[in-house]
Design a protein around this ligand. Structure first.
Ligand SMILES: NC(=O)c1ccc[n+]([C@@H]2O[C@H](COP(=O)([O-])OP(=O)(O)OC[C@H]3O[C@@H](n4cnc5c(N)ncnc54)[C@H](OP(=O)(O)O)[C@@H]3O)[C@@H](O)[C@H]2O)c1
Length: 315
C-alpha cells in the first residue's frame, strides 16, 4: 500500500533566493532527484554542472532541462563514482574549469544491488555512495574553499537506520552479503562523512549537510523485486503504508539544505522534510540514529576512507 505525502516542492523552498554567480555541482544528475535538483538550482540563477557516468543519458537529461528553461545554464561532465581513476580525472578537469565552487550536491547513489564490486574492488554500494563521493569532495576542496561561503550536501537516506557502519568488514570480504544491510551501512557512512567534513571545513565557512529526501519513485528501485517493496512496507511504522513524495518534493530537502538561510551557521547535521531531523524515537517513521552523528566514528571513517582511496588530504 502507498500513500502520498504533501510537502514543499523545490520551487517553494527556493522561492526568493538568488544563486546568481554561484557554481553548483550535482552528481547523479542523469536521473531522478539529481535532475530536479539541477533544474531548481539553475532556475535560481546558479550555473549548474551536471555529473553522471552515462554520456547519452546525461546529455538527454541536460537537453530536456535546457529546452524547458532556455535562460538557465547547464554544463555536463562525466564521472564514474565506482572507479577512483575516473573520479580523479573528473576532479582534475573540474578544478581547471571551475576554480571556485559554492555548492556540491553528492546525490548519486545505488541501492540494494546484488553483490558487485567497483573498479577498485570495493563493495558497490559503499564504493559508489561513500568512497567515490569522499574522494571527489576531498579533491574539489581547493575550489570549495576558494568559493566560500559554500555548502556540501550528501544524500543519505532513512535507510541509514538499517545498519551502523561496519568498520570490521566494510567491503563484505568475510561475511555474507546482505543488500539492505550494505545500503544502510553506505547511507550511515554518508552521514558520518558529513560530520567529519563539516568539522574540517566549517572554519572556512563551507558547511556540510546530510539529507534524507523521503521515499520517491525513481530509478533507484531498479534492483528491487516485489518482495523488497513488501519488506520495506512491513518496516514502515503504523499501518505498513509507505508514504511517497513526488520528485519535486523529494528534491526539496536537498535544495533547502543547499540554499536555506535557516541553516546559516549550522552544519554536520541530518535533514529530512526540510527540517533538522530529531533523534530516532520508537515507532517513528523518521529521525536520525545517534550512531550516524558520532564524531569519533566520523573520524575513524575519515581515516579509513583515506586509507582505502590511498591518499591523505590536508583538510
Ligand atoms: N528515491 C528515494 O526514495 C530515495 C530515498 C532515500 C535516499 N535516496 C537517495 O537519493 C539519491 C538520488 O537517488 P534517486 O532516487 O534520484 O535515484 P536514481 O533515479 O536511480 O538516480 C541515481 C543517480 O546516480 C547515478 N549513479 C549511480 N551509480 C553511479 C556511478 N557509479 N557513478 C556516477 N553516477 C552514478 C545514476 O546514474 P545511472 O542511471 O547511470 O546509474 C543516477 O543518475 C541517492 O543517493 C539515493 O540513495 C533516494
Amino acid at each position: 500500500m502507498a500513500a502520498f505525502n504533501a510537502g514543499p516542492t523545490t520551487d517553494e523552498v527556493i522561492e526568493g533566493i538568488s544563486l546568481a554567480g554561484d557554481i553548483a555541482l550535482v552528481t547523479g544528475a542523469s536521473s531522478g532527484l539529481g535532475v530536479e535538483t539541477s533544474r531548481a538550482l539553475a532556475a535560481a540563477g546558479a550555473e549548474v554542472v551536471m555529473l553522471a557516468r552515462d554520456a547519452a543519458k546525461l546529455e538527454a537529461a541536460a537537453d530536456a532541462l535546457r529546452e524547458a528553461d532556455p535562460g538557465a545554464t547547464f554544463h555536463t561532465h562525466l564521472v564514474d563514482l565506482a572507479d577512483l581513476a575516473s573520479v580523479r580525472r573528473a576532479a582534475a578537469d573540474l578544478l581547471e574549469s571551475y576554480p571556485t565552487i559554492q555548492l556540491l550536491i553528492n546525490n548519486a547513489g545505488v541501492m540494494a544491488c546484488p553483490l558487485m564490486r567497483t573498479a577498485d574492488g570495493f563493495e558497490m554500494q559503499f564504493g559508489t555512495n561513500h568512497l567515490g563521493h569522499f574522494l571527489l569532495t576531498c579533491l574539489l576542496q581547493p575550489a570549495l574553499l576558494a568559493g566560500a561561503p559554500g555548502r556540501v550536501v550528501n544524500l543519505s537516506s532513512g535507510g541509514h537506520r538499517f545498519a551502523n557502519f561496519n568498520f570490521d568488514d566494510p567491503n563484505y570480504a568475510s561475511r555474507d552479503y546482505d543488500k539492505w544491510q550494505a545500503y544502510g551501512e553506505s547511507k550511515t557512512a554518508n552521514v558520518l562523512f558529513t560530520v567529519g567534513l563539516d568539522a574540517r571545513l566549517k572554519a572556512s565557512d563551507v558547511r556540510a549537510f546530510a539529507v534524507h529526501p523521503g521515499v520517491i519513485m525513481t530509478e533507484l528501485s531498479r534492483h528491487m523485486q516485489q518482495e523488497d517493496f513488501e519488506a520495506l512496507s512491513a518496516r514502515a511504522p503504523g499501518d505498513g503504508e509507505l508514504t511517497f513524495k513526488s520528485v519535486e518534493q523529494g528534491a526539496a530537502t536537498s535544495t533547502w539544505a543547499a540554499t536555506s538561510p535557516d541553516l546559516e551557521g549550522r552544519g554536520g547535521i541530518y535533514l529530512e522534510d526540510c527540517q533538522i531531523a530529531a533523534p530516532v524515537a520508537p515507532g517513528s517513521a523518521g529521525g536520525v540514529e545517534d550512531y550516524a552523528l558520532d564524531s569519533d566514528a566520523a573520524e575513524r571513517l575519515w581515516r579509513l576512507s583515506e586509507e582505502l582511496v590511498g591518499e591523505r588530504f590536508a583538510l
